[in-house]
Ligand binder design. Structure first.
Ligand code: PLP
Length: 387
């Protein structure tokens, strides 16, 4: 029987005997070697934890163990940022002359990588409307080197049918990579649904306390882990041992935090749906959400992220974002504090208006990351700011 994530997040393995309860922070960039042969062996091995900290580190290894376990993977790489995880993974799989198939709604730097950077290396991306059934089956072909999605996607909350995307990818031998930052493994485990790789911005829910920039790659099998690790080690987006310690500590309370955030987000989404200044609420838990049935099928909880459109567009949305008092106007997400941001001018402001339109981002869209405050207090804050 598989263990509940509440248990695994604390005890990924059972340690016995005398020792510290918490893995110490190994602030050492390198390890003294017994002899030259030992150094030569480490140099050729994958992820040795006591050689050189870009290769590996005991504190980081401790984090990687729990990351692999909670996502149901075989192994994991902790990175210095979410984009370090995304780029190490993407650069492992792309090939000149081949195509990437991706969801159209993605974190802005990921969109930039696919739309502006990869074409320089003759890799073109087909951006799909993931809300259309059968879209992956149609778009993926023998020249597809990777399928890449966020589900729910940032910031529109659009979902991808992960089983359909995985089946389409598998047919042509391409990996499905899922950015699981929004859902977290508490609400959704893409590897169980057929994905090869999961990536995270661990800056968000995994860290959970708005005090660290970090990322994670989790792979279904060891072979894929080795391939991505080689690229990661060459690109060098390594995490510091102190940051690894903070993320490891955050994960211990991840299941409790996310379950509470699921509940508060639902209450806030229902309140917003009934408000006359709001034209649309994007939250997978609402019956009115176009992919609600898919959400019920592939997610255990609907998450702490939601988005809504303020009537009147850009200006009223900015006024709302500046008007909240308990929530804060800030980018990022997944922490204990509720944050709001205006997507068109902030997180997705680097995109052109056409790119935003393609990604389905309305000029009045407000993205909310629900924290751990009492839901009644949050609803009052939103009611006052919407006035
Ligand atoms: C879904 C998603 N993926 C990746 C990233 C990039 O993460 P980081 O800022 O840790 O590099 C973000 C950042 O907001 C994100 O929201």
């Amino acid at each position: 029987m598989s263990e509940d994530i509440e248990t695994t997040a604390i005890h990924p393995v059972r340690k016995k005997g005398h020792g510290p309860m918490v893995e110490p922070i190994f602030m050492s960039s390198t390890w003294r070697l017994k002899d030259a042969k030992q150094g030569a062996d480490f140099a050729l091995s994958t992820a040795p934890p006591e050689f050189y900290t870009r290769w590996g580190n005991p504190t980081t290894r401790d984090l990687e163990l729990v990351l692999a376990k909670i996502e149901g993977g075989s192994n994991a790489i902790a990175t210095g940022s979410g984009m370090g995880a995304v780029s190490s993974t993407v650069f492992t799989f792309v090939r000149p002359g081949k195509n990437v198939v991706a969801g159209k709604s993605l974190y802005s730097a990921t969109t930039e990588m696919f739309a502006r950077y990869l074409p320089q290396f003759k890799v073109n991306t087909k951006f799909l409307d993931t809300t259309i059934e059968g879209t992956f089956t149609k778009a993926v072909n023998r020249d597809t080197c990777m399928v890449y999605v966020e589900s729910p996607a940032n910031p529109t909350m659009e979902l991808t049918d992960l089983r359909e995307a995985a089946e389409a990818a598998e047919k042509v031998g391409a990996p499905l990579v899922v950015d699981n930052t929004f859902a977290t493994p508490v609400n959704q485990r893409p590897l169980d649904l057929g994905a090869e790789v999961v990536v995270h911005s661990a800056t968000k829910y995994l860290g959970g306390h708005t005090d660290v920039i970090a990322g994670a790659v989790i792979t279904k099998d060891e072979e894929t882990f080795k391939r991505i690790w080689k690229v990661y080690k060459m690109l060098g987006p390594s995490i510091g041992p102190f940051e690894a310690f903070l993320v490891r500590r955050g994960i211990k309370t991840l299941p409790l935090r996310v379950k509470r955030q699921n509940e508060t987000a639902m209450a806030l989404a229902e309140f917003l749906e009934g408000h006359k200044a709001v034209s649309r609420v994007h939250y997978p838990g609402l019956r009115s959400f176009p992919q609600h049935r898919l959400a019920r099928r592939q997610m255990k909880g609907f998450g702490g992220m939601l988005a809504f459109e303020v009537k009147g567009g850009y200006k009223p949305a900015v006024r709302f974002a500046e008007g909240v008092r308990l929530a804060s106007l800030a980018v990022s997400l997944g922490g204990v504090e509720t944050l709001v941001e205006h997507a068109a001018s902030m997180t997705h402001g680097t995109l052109t208006p056409q790119e935003r339109k393609l990604a389905g981002i309305d000029e009045g869209l407000i993205r909310v990351s629900v924290g751990l405050e009492a839901s009644a207090d949050l609803i009052e804050d939103f009611r006052a700011a919407l006035k």
